[in-house]
Design a protein around this ligand. Structure first.
Ligand code: C2E
Ligand code: CA
Ligand code: CA
Ligand code: CA
Length: 275
């Protein structure tokens, strides 16, 4: 029995080894992709629910791997976060997205996702200011999307950074709202400009569960605190209509458009006039 146990242990260790190796090689490839231009930012339009006009576009990273094809950011962002590559990657997205937005019509903002890891670095506000200055984009046209994970650790430092960013004039959105813990308390601690309601609630909004009541509650809280609301992952006309009735301000999702390459978004922004 003892021998068996040891064999099982060795087998387990090998499995772990392989996974660690695969992760390590993906990390090396990601490092190369960052340096050699293997990454691209796509942009997903966010539209006003009432008139269908595009108010902003969210920058979403894409990695076209030479052998594996498109790798989802859901897979490589965690690797970038664990390895520290996220700082370099995040800086690249920030600069790329700001430069791109500087070519858009004046009323369209760009939204950039900021990892909690980036948030903990003291230089974030400086990097943001430098990115804006480099392409002449007004701060009011940049929106940073952060998740509650930012506020869980290091409360004071995180709040201080949020205030520094706000002082620059950029807008701050709370992303994936409703997926974390004790969400409501965060809304009292910092006045976000926007709440993005997570796709999980939108998916079930027409169903028998509590989703539509939750969305209604979020919209009410936002209205009372001078924040706007954006529904994520809107895929059907029925969802859009319900969100409109509930008083949600904006929507984002496949119903209007998935994330598309920069060149396509530029063309769309020149021709789109709303519904
Ligand atoms: P997120 O910030 O919540 O972005 C929304 C995700 O939902 C995107 O997935 C988008 O393509 C997808 N989506 C949009 N509309 C629909 C819809 O109608 N239906 C469905 N099923 N999905 C929809 P994506 O691009 O795969 O990104 C996944 C996550 O990776 C993002 O979630 C974000 O957390 C992270 N991410 C992407 N780009 C960056 C980045 O530049 N920096 C950081 N730190 N994270 C990023
Ligand atoms: Ca986001
Ligand atoms: Ca989100
Ligand atoms: Ca999400």
């Amino acid at each position: 029995a003892k021998g068996d146990g040891r064999r099982t242990y060795r087998f387990f260790e090998t499995g772990m080894d392989q996974r660690a190796k695969a992760r390590r090689s993906l990390e090396l490839e990601l490092r190369q992709a960052i340096n050699n231009g293997g990454l691209e930012t796509y942009y997903q339009p966010v539209v006003n629910i009432e008139d269908g006009k595009i108010s902003s576009c969210e920058a979403l990273l894409r990695w076209r791997h030479p052998e594996r094809g498109m790798i989802s950011p859901a897979e490589f962002i965690p690797i970038a976060e664990d390895s520290g590559l996220i700082n370099q990657l995040g800086l690249w997205v920030l600069n790329t997205a700001c430069a791109e937005a500087a070519t858009w019509p004046d009323h369209v903002r760009v939204a950039v996702n900021v990892s909690p890891v980036q948030f903990r670095s003291q230089s974030l506000a400086l990097n943001v200011a430098a990115a804006l200055a480099a392409c002449g984009l007004p701060a009011s046209r940049l929106e940073l999307e952060i998740t509650e994970a930012v506020l869980i650790r290091d409360d004071e430092a995180a709040l201080d950074m949020l205030h520094q960013l706000r002082k620059l004039g950029v807008r701050i959105a709370l992303d994936d709202f409703g997926t974390g813990y004790s969400s409501l308390s965060y809304l009292q601690r910092f006045p976000f400009d926007k709440i993005k309601i997570d796709r999980s609630f939108i998916k079930d909004i027409a169903g028998p569960g509590a989703s539509s009541s939750i969305v209604q509650a979020v919209v009410n809280i936002a209205a009372a605190s001078d924040m706007t609301t954006t529904a994520e992952g809107v895929e059907t006309e029925q969802q859009r209509n319900l969100l409109y009735i509930l008083g949600c301000d904006e929507m984002q999702g496949y119903l209007f458009s998935p994330a598309i390459p920069a060149i396509d978004v530029r063309r769309l922004l020149l021709t789109h006039r709303g519904r």
